[in-house]
Write a protein that binds this ligand. Structure first.
Ligand SMILES: [Zn+2]
Length: 160
């Protein structure tokens, strides 16, 4: 079973971490924005979309990072037994499809839907149609949206 890891997000105003289960972003722990100093300064969310129903998403607050992390941990332990590989795959496909569309845009490739005959070519050269796009992304570009190899991560619940 993959370990949870965390990765600092790139908001210079606030400290915060995205939490990953393997390569799937399953939540966030971070300083809360715009709250008075006398209330808990840290918040967490647990859940991922697509893959979780909106009602399954959980969130909470804590006085310190450690408190928020403990809240997240408890929520994750409730959520994980209800999740199967298919849920994580839904999230991964969406991640890859978003990255694929950005790359198509960057490479100035037309989407099949932008052409009258419904046929186009992927940036890799492969012919694609509206119908074949999901399958093509899964088969030829799986992991295109996964940038985890280029970024250093830390264990979420281990030692600093
Ligand atoms: Zn392709």
């Amino acid at each position: 079973m993959p370990e949870l890891t965390r990765r600092r997000h790139n908001d210079p105003q606030r400290q915060g971490w995205d939490v990953y289960y393997g390569d799937v972003r399953v939540g966030h722990i971070g300083e809360r924005a715009g709250v008075p100093k006398i209330v808990d300064q840290w918040g967490w969310t647990c859940g991922f979309y697509p893959g979780c129903d909106p009602g399954e998403q959980q969130h909470g607050i804590g006085a310190t990072f450690e408190d928020a992390r403990a809240g997240f941990d408890a929520a994750w332990k409730r959520m994980l037994p209800k999740k199967t590989e298919a849920h994580f795959e839904m999230w991964r496909y969406q991640r890859d499809a978003d990255a694929w569309k950005r790359r198509m845009w960057d490479e100035k490739c037309r989407m099949p839907s932008q052409r009258e005959d419904g046929q186009s070519n992927c940036f890799c050269g492969e012919p694609i149609t509206n119908r074949s796009v999901p399958e093509h992304i899964r088969k030829a570009h799986r992991g295109i949206g996964n940038d985890s190899h280029s970024v250093r991560r830390r264990p979420t619940f281990g030692r600093e």
